[in-house]
Design a protein. Sequence first.
Length: 361
Amino acid sequence: MKRMLTTLFAMGSALFAMSQSTADTTAVPAFKLSGSADVYYKYNLNGNYTDNKTSFTNSHNSFELGMVSLKVEHGFKKGSIVADLGFGKRAGEFSYNDLPDGKNGLAMAIKQLYVSYELTPKIKISLGSFATHIGYELVDAYTNRNYSMSYLFSYGPFFNTGAKVDLALTSSLTAMVGVFNPTDLKSVTANSHKYIGAQLGFAPAETPIKLYLNYLEGKDTSGIQNHQVDLVATYQVNKVLGLGYNATYSTYSNTTVPKNVRENAKWWGNALYVNLDFTSKVGLTVRGEYFSDKDGLKVFGSVPGGGNVVEGTVTLNYKVGNLTIMPEFRLDKASANIFNKSDGKPYDVTSNVLLAATYHF
C-alpha cells in the first residue's frame, strides 16, 4: 500500500510538473499600449499667423493643443494588428482628406490601422493604412527633435493606404514594395489609379549609419502622374554628435492633355539635421533646409516663375523623464515676397519663437 501511494504521488508530481512546464512555454499574445500628447505656444515676429507655410503650427500669439495619440499593438503567432488613433488639430491636418462629414465620420482620427501576417521570419505582409516611408520627420511630435515641420515633410505624402511586403534580405539590408491608393487617401472610387511604393534600407550593425532609398509613383484622382525619389541618411558620429539628411525630388505630369503639349513640373529640396546631446537630459538640434519650387507647385503657386525658400531652425530639447520641453527659434527666407508684415505689406522673411512640450509613454 505504501509503495502504491508512493508511486501514485510520483506520477502526480510528474504530471503536475509537466502541466507547469507546458503552461510556462506556451506563447502568450503580445500586447502593447503607447501614447503621446503635445502642446505649444508660438509667436510670429511679423505679427501674423498667415506666414506659416508648413504643417501643424499655423498660429500666432496663441497657446495651442497639438495632438493626443493612442496606439494599440497586438500580435499572436504570425498575425498582428496596429491601431494608431490621433485626436486634435494636428491629427485633423494630417488626415486633411478625411473631413468630419456624414460620409467619413471620424475617419480623420485614424492615423494608422493595419493588419500584418509573417509569412516567414524574413517576409511580412501588411494591409491597411500606415505612415509613409517617404521622408525623415514623423507626424508624432515627440519623435522629432524640431517641433515645427520641414517643407519636405509638409509637401510630401503623409500616409499610404494599401498593401505592402517587408523583406529582410540580410542582417543589414531590408526592402519594401507596396501598392497604394493615391497619396493621403484612405478611400477612393472603384476606378481610381494606384500608386507603387518601394524602399531599400541599409543599416549595418557594425557601423552607426542608416541609409534609406525611397520611391513612390502613380496617377492621382485628377490624372496627374507623380514620381518621387527620396533619400534619408543618419550617422551617429559619437555620443554627442549625430547627423541626419533628407533629400527628395518630385515630378508631376498632367496625363489628361496630349503628350505633345504635356509639360513636366517638379519640386525638390534637402535638409540637414545636426543633433547635439550634451547630457542625457539636454540636447540641441539645428535644421537647415533648402526647398525649390520653381514651377509653383507648392509654396510659390501665386508667384510668376516660382521660387525657393531657405529655413533654419534651432531647437533645445530638455528631457524630464518622458516629458520633453522644446524652446525653438525659426527663420525662413524666401526668394519672393510670400510672407507679410502685420500691416499686410509683403515681405520675404519670417521668423518665429516657439515653446512646446511633448509627453509619451
